[in-house]
Design a protein around this ligand. Structure first.
Ligand SMILES: Cc1ncc(COP(=O)(O)O)c(C=O)c1O
Length: 492
């Protein structure tokens, strides 16, 4: 055990005095507890770079004053019972701590962010949580095989520091995947591996936001994004959403530096931004000199028609940054995602990433790269898409069975839908509470689900229901329970 003693060779106090004082403080402060063995004098002298004699003299003095006890042929220990004279010294040290009011002044921490508020409702029987997937569907067996194979071929890679921008093999397969799946043509140098989308957002914010930067977002929008921008002291500008997603006409004509948007499946309302709006959006960004963050968090799950080309795939101006994540397809616990940046931001983004954390664990990245390259990821996605599509259908059918005609959005893709309540229903927050009391999680638009600026058409009368973490039996039983809970309500 190395004892934490630091010697100041420039101090007027002798080395012997410094060692004595620091050991005494460690004992009186309880850091070296009664009965703890003290290193042999030779060992401590070596650790401190002093002569053994200096340490021996200190030990002799501590033994003489009752702090230490020498046990013949065994070693030196902190005394089991410190004498009253030592304890009086300890009390003096304790009372010399500054009392309230004269506490040392420290600078105020400027950080203003908050985490997403929602905690998993473990007590719920059926949780239609929008941001959770079915963890039992993770391809354990195959993943284990890929990990073992990758590890066996690792040699020194396993412990060597990776490129901060991410493992080349993973960046390459992601670039290829984006070309096929999202119509985005990029080089692997433009892809930066991140710890999920959240770190991608951090990276983008680090590049573009300073105090007071105007950042526009959809209203309502993903809480994780709005809170993050606020933590960088951005001034948020809400932009209305209608049944075709972000209302491009409502964007400020100038001043905005960054727009955060979810075109594939507006979070949380689930609308898809049509191609005309996508093109208008790019024109707006070019005119304003703004950047766009395109969060494509659940676009792997498209159930109806072909996916629209991503904004970044349509971008001729180099203004779109694309956020992707494996949190929805594989599991949020993997903490793997990526930010794709325009060529002009490549160097800056790589430097910012190195400052953030110098890159990710080699094994996770190499396994994911091999998983995608081998085609196993494609197979996994197809399987999940099929299953989640059936769960979505099951939820829609159950809602119709119990509530008749229901106004739903977000059905074309993703892992949750929005239920727009008729005017004669109580407000969504009331229904959320009622369902929670009956052991079912359904969510209104508010803290924990989404960031709502307060002037949104959908705030009061929309419920969000995720269908990816419940099986069909649970979905049916959950909706039945909601219907029972709502039975006693007066619908005006
Ligand atoms: C809109 C949106 N973006 C991104 C994410 C994924 O975040 P991460 O990749 O950091 O797990 C989520 C998760 O629920 C989300 O709802």
């Amino acid at each position: 055990m190395a004892i934490p003693i630091v010697l100041d060779h420039g101090s007027p106090q002798s080395l012997q005095g410094q060692i004595f004082e620091q050991l005494r403080h460690l004992i009186l402060g309880g850091k070296l507890k009664p009965g703890t063995p003290i290193p042999a004098s030779r060992v401590l002298a070596e650790q401190l770079g002093t002569s053994r004699n200096t340490v021996l003299l200190v030990y002799d003095r501590l033994i003489a004053e009752g702090y230490l006890q020498a046990r013949k042929a065994i070693g030196t220990y902190v005394n089991l019972e410190l004498p009253e004279t030592c304890l009086a010294a300890a009390r003096r040290i304790a009372t010399s701590v500054p009392v309230e009011g004269e506490a040392v002044k420290r600078p105020i921490i400027p950080f203003i962010g908050q985490t997403q508020a929602k905690k998993p409702h473990q007590h719920l029987d059926f949780d239609f949580c929008p941001d959770r997937i079915d963890l039992d569907l993770f391809p354990h067996k195959i993943w284990r095989r890929f990990i073992n194979r990758t590890f066996a071929s690792s040699s020194t890679h396993f412990t060597e520091c990776c490129d901060p921008g991410g493992l080349l093999q993973l960046r390459e397969v992601i670039a290829d995947h984006l070309g096929i799946a999202r119509g985005i043509s990029v080089s692997s140098d433009q892809v930066i591996i991140t710890a999920g989308s959240q770190e991608g957002l951090n990276l983008a914010a680090r590049l573009l936001i300073k105090d007071g930067t105007l950042v526009a977002t959809e209203n309502p929008c993903y809480h994780g994004a709005a809170s993050l921008f606020q933590s960088y002291y951005a001034s948020l500008v809400p932009v209305a959403v209608d049944e075709a997603g972000l209302d491009v006409e409502q964007l400020p004509k100038e001043g905005v530096m960054l727009l955060y948007v979810t075109p594939s499946h507006q979070y949380p309302l689930g609308f898809t931004l049509p191609i005309e709006r996508r093109l208008k959006l790019l024109d707006w960004a070019r005119r304003c000199g703004a950047y766009i963050i395109e969060d494509d968090y659940d676009s792997d799950f498209r159930y109806r028609g072909s996916p629209l080309t991503a904004l970044m795939g349509l971008d001729d101006y180099g203004c779109v940054m694309y956020l992707g994540t494996f949190s929805k397809s594989m599991g949020a616990g993997l903490r793997l995602g990526y930010l794709v940046v325009p060529k002009a931001l490549m160097q800056a983004a790589r430097s910012a990433k190195a400052l953030l954390n110098n890159g990710h664990a080699w094994l996770d990245q190499a396994t994911m790269a091999e998983f995608i390259r081998s085609g196993a990821y494609g197979n996994h996605l197809r399987r999940m898409r099929h299953l989640y599509c059936k769960r979505r259908d099951c939820l829609v059918e159950a809602l119709r069975q119990h509530f008749g005609t229901v106004d739903l959005s977000g059905l074309e893709s993703g892992l949750h839908l929005a239920w727009h309540l008729p005017n004669n229903y109580p407000v969504a927050s009331e229904l959320q509470e009622l369902a929670l009391r009956h052991g079912v999680g359904i969510y209104s638009i508010g803290p924990g689900t989404a960031y709502d600026y307060g002037e949104c058409n959908y705030s009061a009368r929309t419920l969000i229901l995720g269908f990816s973490s419940l099986n069909e039996y649970q979905i049916r039983a959950g909706v039945r329970r909601i219907a029972d809970a709502f039975k006693g309500l007066r619908m005006n």
